[in-house]
Structure formats: structure tokens, C-alpha cells
Design a protein around this ligand. Structure first.
Ligand code: ATP
Length: 297
């Protein structure tokens, strides 16, 4: 989503990614897990600014910028730019600013969304005319979660996350409060803990055959292992559940962890209720934002 564009400076929002549900299946021979997930994207996100310059420069701003530990050359944004150049696209040196609003390592796909937004931005600014499927292929070279972040609508992710389909979920949520227990989560550690337990029998059924309703009802397979290693996530979820009025979204468990954590979320139909809930979570000492899902339906 372009939010402003002069002839020189272009500003985009890289939305936060929320896994409304996430089922993890078998580990494949290559070490990746089969998965199936319903994902939504929010109006809240990082602000990316691009400007043609004499040399590549990356500037990190925002409250979470100091949590990005990767060197500039390995930042997912720079990797996206280099990937396009390696495919012989003539991208001039760029001065990029990331205003990091999405908690780093928070299961909200911040880095992947930044990279995906750079692909969309460069396609737009330099009239590259890249098709969606070309962008998806090239995005996968930067990370397994980058292709899904090219979307601005509810989608299903299958395979290892590379097979993405836009959907209109039957119980489409409108508003969401994103929260974070104020620490950085290691995705690998959570998967290692997940692998210690035998797969629940329900997950032995091929994830390919799960309907959207079954996926939404199924929750997040990583919640249990994540809470086991980081009990703070369990405390945050209990705090959220205690503050959440249970009649908000009947039939859909509406307080969950996103991705591999540590970020969690609560769904709402009403903006004012979402805002009130957000203030209560902030009052309990957590980072929280109230925002809206992006949807074209
Ligand atoms: P996911 O939900 O896809 O599992 P996440 O939200 O848990 O992702 P990120 O915030 O994307 O995790 O960060 C993961 C790692 O990527 C961190 O170690 C961070 O240093 C690195 N990283 C590289 N580039 C970026 C970027 N542009 N923004 C955030 N993190 C980045």
C-alpha cells in the first residue's frame, strides 16, 4: 500500500501478518514442516521509505529498530533488493528507511513483510511489470514467509507456506488487537520443542484436506510448545482471556498466539471494543495496538 509518493521519496506500509490459525504437520526430509494456516494482514505495520541515492543505505528507526540484530547486508529488505539485482533488474542505489513498528521476533512477520513490500514497491516505482507468480518465486528466495506477505487480504498458506490462495473466510474478522509479552522469540527453539512431542492424531490427517472452518477452529499448533518454553506467553494469553468478553465472536476461539509467537492477538467486530481492550492490555504493562484487517471482500 503506497501511502505517499513524490517524484523522489516513496513511502509504503508493510502490514503486520497475523496467523488466525496455524496447523503444523510432518517434518519433511529437507527439515521444513508441512503447514496450513489462515493469515490476515493489518493496516498497522512498518513504514518503509525509498529514495534513489548514490549508494545503498539502510536507516532503522522506531521503537523496535534496536532489536534487529542482523547486519545491514543481511537485512531482509536488502536481501530483497539484491535478489532482484541478481536477476538482472537494473535497480539503482537506494536509501531505505525502515520505521520499525512491528515487534521483532514477534510472530507478526515483520521482516518478511518488509521484504515483500520492497518487492511490490520496486515493481511499482521502476515499472518492472512483474507478475504475481514471478514475484512469489523470487520472494521465496528471500524467505519461506515472504511470498504470503505479498498479499493484502485473507489467505491460506499450505505446503511449507509457499502455496498461497486468497480466501474470504466465512467468519471474517474485522478488528484485531495485537499484543506482545515484551521479549524476542526464537522460531527454531519453538519448532524443536514441537518436534519432541508425537504429532497429535488429528494432525496425521493430510493438512491438504482441512477446510477453512476446520483450520480456523484448530488453533495454533505452536502455542503449547511455545508456552512450555516461555511461560510468559501463557501469562499474557490468560490476561487477555480474562479481559476479553467471551461473547465477542461466538464459535471462533478469538484469543490466540500468532505464528511461532511470542505475539498474541484478540479478534473483535467492533472498533470501540477493540480500542478499549487494547488500553486494558497496555494498562497491564504489555505492548499492544488496535488495528483493522485489510480485505477486498
Ligand atoms: P515470523 O512471524 O515470519 O516467524 P517474526 O515476526 O517472528 O517472523 P521478524 O520480526 O521477521 O520475526 O524477525 C526475525 C529475524 O529477522 C530477527 O532475527 C531479525 O534480526 C531479522 N531481520 C532481518 N531483517 C529484518 C527486518 N527488516 N525487520 C525485522 N527483522 C529483520
Amino acid at each position: 500500500m503506497t501511502i505517499s509518493s513524490s517524484s523522489k521519496i516513496h513511502t509504503y506500509i508493510a502490514p503486520a501478518k497475523v496467523n488466525l490459525s496455524l496447523q503444523i504437520g510432518n517434518k519433511r526430509a529437507d527439515g521444513y514442516h508441512e503447514l496450513a494456516s489462515i493469515v490476515g494482514f493489518t493496516e498497522f505495520g512498518d513504514y518503509l521509505t525509498l529514495e534513489i541515492s548514490n549508494a545503498d543505505q539502510l536507516r532503522l528507526l522506531g521503537m523496535f529498530s534496536t532489536n534487529i540484530t542482523t547486519p545491514t547486508s543481511k537485512n531482509l529488505v536488502m536481501r530483497a533488493i539484491h535478489t532482484l539485482r541478481n536477476h538482472n533488474f537494473d535497480i539503482p542505489p537506494l536509501k531505505i528507511t525502515i520505521d520499525k513498528q512491528i515487534p521483532v521476533g514477534g510472530g507478526l512477520g515483520g521482516g518478511s513483510s518488509d521484504a515483500a513490500t520492497i518487492f511490490l514497491a520496486l515493481n511499482d516505482i521502476f515499472d518492472l511489470n512483474l507478475t504475481k507468480s514471478y514475484l512469489e518465486n523470487i520472494a521465496l528466495q528471500v524467505g519461506a514467509d515472504v511470498p504470503v506477505c505479498l498479499n493484502r487480504d485473507f489467505v491460506t498458506m499450505r505446503g511449507i507456506g509457499e502455496r498461497v490462495t486468497v480466501i474470504s473466510p466465512s467468519a471474517k474478522p474485522k478488528y484485531v488487537v495485537l499484543t506482545n509479552p515484551n521479549f524476542i522469540m526464537s522460531t527454531n527453539t519453538v519448532f524443536e520443542e514441537f518436534d519432541k512431542e508425537p504429532l497429535e492424531s488429528i494432525l496425521k490427517r493430510p493438512l491438504e484436506n482441512w477446510s477453512i472452518e476446520q483450520l480456523l477452529a484448530g488453533g495454533n499448533s505452536l502455542e503449547k510448545p511455545a508456552i512450555k518454553i516461555y511461560p510468559q506467553i501463557g501469562i499474557l494469553l490468560s490476561t487477555m482471556k480474562a479481559l476479553y468478553s467471551s461473547n465477542e465472536r461466538e464459535g471462533l476461539s478469538s484469543v490466540r498466539m500468532s505464528g511461532s509467537g511470542a505475539g498474541c492477538f484478540a479478534l473483535f467486530d467492533d472498533a470501540e471494543k477493540a480500542n478499549m481492550f487494547c488500553r486494558k492490555i497496555q494498562g497491564a504493562g504489555y505492548w499492544a495496538v488496535s488495528t483493522k484487517f485489510i480485505s477486498n471482500f
